[in-house]
Design a protein around this ligand. Sequence first.
Ligand code: MF3
Ligand code: CO
Ligand code: CO
Length: 274
Amino acid sequence: MTDYVTVSEDTPMARTGAIKLHGPEGFAGMRAAGRLAAEILDALPPHVVPGATTGEIDDFIRGMMIAGGAVPATLGYRGYTHSCCISINHVVCHGIPGDRVLKDGDIVNIDVTPLLDGWHGDTSRMYLVGDVGLKARRLVDVTYECLMLGIEQARPGNFLGDVSHAIQTHAERHRYGVVRDFCGHGLGQIFHDAPEVVHVGRPRTGPELKPGMFFTIEPMINIGRPDVKLLDDGWTAVTRDRSLSAQFEHSIGITEDGCEIFTQSSKGLHRPPY
Ligand code: MF3
Ligand code: CO
Ligand code: CO
């Protein structure tokens, strides 16, 4: 049985396993955090170029968060010491910024989560470095389509399994592998909360979607097999078969008649080319 709790002033903040149903204050908080997150991703294209290091991009992102009155939610999160994740080519997610120099042909996911006035805006997009091959560009396009087809299913009366199923169906139609080991998540005043948002599933299964639910959808799609392995740094997840992987992420809130995308680009920079 799925447990829901309507958020009020005395709702415990803790991760209880119940799905929180937020009111207007929550929507306002997420809108502001999501807007800043989207503005940060909007500002990145001039920085994601051949010769740039991922560490420089991380510094730029931290600067924008602080200038915007936020702090990076990832900084100090379970021992993570950076302000974003940067995942290149066969890296599935949680790539750690550092000395890696971007080179022509790389496909790069940049995932940011500013924590603004207590609310988390979690979003990521793909960036193309210089000239990227057709196979990689097609993966990026289909992954974006997967995210948006999932979001299309996000409305009251539908189930989380409807979101998952739309994503899986589209990816597998292209013979891509959908990553199982990482999923989307509820969020709000907590970074990773219930429910788990898996990206494969059957229609009409899982928790029913209700107004006030906040969660991310963040499909990771591989050209090859879905399997991942974790590198020795304890964070970086890569495809086992070394095939390319792509990901897009939005934070959304279920409304009375559909959903609101908190992390939408106001500049129309939804997917490359930007
Ligand atoms: N932003 C990631 C997500 O989509 C989480 C990153 S946690 C970190 O949930 F510690 F790896 F940064
Ligand atoms: Co997320
Ligand atoms: Co994220």
